[in-house]
Design a protein around this ligand. Structure first.
Ligand code: BDP
Length: 665
């Protein structure tokens, strides 16, 4: 931790810092939440007096709020049915002030979802799975029963917890799953639960509820039960006792997130039971406490079935069988957080089951902390096809760590922000959210905001273009998923862990045939979409190679061949990030030197990586297409055989992209 810069670099930095609070103040009464709102206004609000009032109103959902300027303009009335709503309204006022917007009209907001939850993939040893921003925020060692303000380390982390809760409240996030879905049973020991309670107490006044990921085999691992069969009475008894123990410590505990029978995790299917059996058993022990189970649908097994079809095949038949407090949590796409996927067909296919979408905020497949990729457009693409009211809640895999700027790349915090804003109101546009974030974090100067907002809006499409355009997916390197490895072949690996399973390039063409005559994944979509996706002539080109295997000579809408079009997309991606460099360099007068240099340096890496992606993919696919790269686009800079040697898992490799390796480690 370098000084306290981490506090200064987030959007809430515009708000004055809270001091260290007295122990025990996180007791969760409405009073303390309200006091925080009042203190925030006292310290950060420069306008006319704001009066806070707790008040039920038919038009407002629980944590909604109404902001009403008095007719004479001399005061503002902020009302909400809950103290948390008052706090949200307070942060909205402060945000408007930071964006230099006047509060001269009534403003009424209610959250679209009651579940707006971050999923931390944090391990108990302090590492973060797919985390690119330092270590886990949770300093388990110092999280003892009382957080002592005189203990230096404890006080640093204490302030960070408060800043974290505050940042979440500022964008309306109201839940946090503290630990990795690949869960260690240890989290449920009495010792860890006491520490979890500390966090829950700190977060409560900010309206932030704590949840835990649980390992389905915990009864065996922790107490030596011979089985974790959900229908075995001793197992259900164990979970009931454990759940009661949790609620004695944390009366408003949110519930469990479960990854079961997925990628080697234990689950009910190990005992011939179903996901319903497992989820309902947990739901029953949580129900008396009003807790929920978020049961993940990220499942795929080494069968012959197309991996993109598997979650649907396993879960759709279970519709209507889950308890009301089970929510099936489904990744936005059918495979795994790729730069672009069509939506998962499970949405819409389980009308009698509450569903949550799981987005990935951390950029596992999008250049990690090195690439500037603003994710709101990707999530909006999902909401354009999946009506927001079909969902019960929204979860996002967090990108937050102990790095001085919280999220690694200075612009990655925009994705945390955008996640919260869209979970609050999925109808907000990507541009509005980018605009808010830039104004709150950098400058209100139009000369800065307009071009940088445009850069952000284009950044996701640029990444798709230089990584895997036209519906290509999973061309990533083995394990770390950073760079390109379309050739990757690991002896003995499951086929669906290898890029060739997905791109299927051969001398005839490229792409995965998921049409009716192929794996028939199209059949899982509603009829109108299935029809559209099934025919290459009507399939949106951005999904073309997701649904079709087509000849290299296939004519695209542009009149070009598929091969030429592919080359152009890669080239376009590279040219766009070069343009981003220019935009950023021109923004120098509006940005502090430290953040300016940081973003500048990461953009240089991004451009080099984009060239790396383009060369690796085009030179590799050229082996099959046997066609020239169109002569009017930039020639490859690398030799394919050298790119094939890159292995970021090997420390002494001489990489053509030295900076990348420095950053990566
Ligand atoms: C994949 C990640 C892996 C996660 C898994 C999951 O590579 O680390 O454990 O998803 O979501 O994207 O369970």
């Amino acid at each position: 931790m370098k000084g306290k810069r981490w506090l200064l670099l987030l959007w809430v930095a515009l708000l004055p810092l809270l001091g260290l609070r007295a122990e025990g103040e996180g007791s969760g009464s409405h009073g303390s939440t309200r006091q925080i709102a009042e203190q925030e206004l006292r310290e950060g609000w420069h306008g006319v007096p704001v009066h806070l009032e707790l008040k039920r109103e038919r038009q407002l959902a629980a944590d909604g709020f109404r902001i009403r300027p008095a007719a004479d303009g001399r005061s503002i009335l902020l009302t909400s049915p809950t103290a948390t709503g008052l706090l949200y309204g307070t942060y909205r006022l402060l945000a408007l002030q930071a964006e230099q917007k006047t509060v001269d009209q009534e403003l009424m907001e209610s959250p679209a979802y009651t579940l707006r939850i971050l999923n931390h993939w944090d391990n108990l040893d302090g590492t973060v799975e797919r985390g690119y921003a330092g270590r886990s925020l949770w300093d388990w060692e110092h999280l003892t029963d009382t957080l002592r303000a005189d203990d230096k380390q404890a006080s640093i982390t204490y302030k960070r917890y408060i800043a974290y809760a505050r940042a979440n409240a500022a964008v309306g996030i109201n839940g946090t799953v503290l630990n990795n879905v690949n869960a260690s049973p240890q989290i449920l020991t009495a010792d860890y639960l006491r520490r979890v309670k500390c966090l829950a107490d700190l977060f409560r006044p900010y309206g932030l509820r704590v949840y835990l990921s649980v390992n389905f085999a915990s009864p065996m691992a922790l107490d030596g039960l011979p089985t974790a069969d959900p229908l075995h009475p001793a197992v259900a008894r164990w979970w009931k006792a454990k759940t009661d123990e949790i609620y004695r410590l944390i009366p408003d505990f949110g519930g469990f997130l479960v990854k079961a029978n997925s990628e080697g995790q234990p689950g009910p299917c190990d005992y011939g039971r179903t996901h319903v059996d497992g989820a309902n058993m947990l739901a029953d022990v949580l129900a008396p406490h009003h807790g929920i189970v978020m049961w993940r649908a990220f499942v795929y097994s080494p069968t012959d079935a197309d991996r993109a079809k598997q979650a649907y095949l396993e879960f759709e038949p279970l519709d209507g069988q889950f308890r009301p407090n089970v929510i099936v949590q489904v990744k936005n796409g059918p495979i795994d957080f790729q730069p672009r996927e069509p939506y998962s067909p499970l949405f819409g296919a389980m009308p009698r089951t509450p569903l949550m979408v799981e987005f990935q905020i951390t950029q596992e497949y999008l250049g990690q902390a090195n690439h500037l990729v603003y994710l709101a457009p990707m999530w909006k693409e999902f909401f354009a096809l999946v009506p927001p009211n079909l969902l019960k809640g929204v979860a996002g895999v967090a990108n937050i760590g102990t790095d001085a700027n919280w999220c690694g790349h200075p612009f990655a915090a925009a994705n945390w922000y955008a996640f919260g804003r869209l979970a609050w109101d999925p109808s907000l546009s990507s541009a509005t959210i980018a605009d808010e974030w830039l104004r709150q974090n950098f400058s209100n100067d139009e000369a800065f905001v307009t071009p940088v907002r445009q850069l952000m809006l284009e950044s996701r499409e640029a990444a798709v273009d230089y990584m895997m355009p036209l519906g290509l997916h999973h061309l990533f390197a083995w394990g770390h998923h950073y760079g390109p490895e379309p050739w990757c072949d690991v002896a003995g690996a499951r086929p669906d862990w290898l890029p060739s399973y997905y791109h299927r390039a051969d001398t005839l063409g490229i792409g995965f045939d998921r049409s009716r005559t192929g794996s028939d994944a199209v059949e899982q979509y509603p009829d109108s979409l299935a029809l559209r996706y099934n025919d290459p002539a009507t399939c949106p080109e951005e999904y073309l190679l997701w649904f079709h295997h087509l000849p290299w000579s296939y004519r695209m809408k542009s009149g070009r061949t598929l091969w030429d079009e592919l080359c152009r997309h890669y080239d376009q991606g590279v040219r766009q990030v070069r343009r981003f460099q220019q935009v950023w360099d021109e923004a120098e007068p509006y940005v502090d030197p430290e953040r300016f240099a940081d973003v500048q340096s990461r953009l240089r890496i991004q451009v080099r990586d984009a060239v790396w992606w383009k060369d690796a993919c085009l030179l590799y696919f050229q082996r099959f297409s046997r066609r020239p790269i169109p002569y009017d686009i930039e020639r490859p800079l690398h030799e394919l055989h050298r790119l094939e040697l890159i292995n970021l898992n090997i420390s002494n490799f001489e990489c053509p992209n030295g900076a990348l390796l420095d950053r990566y480690r």
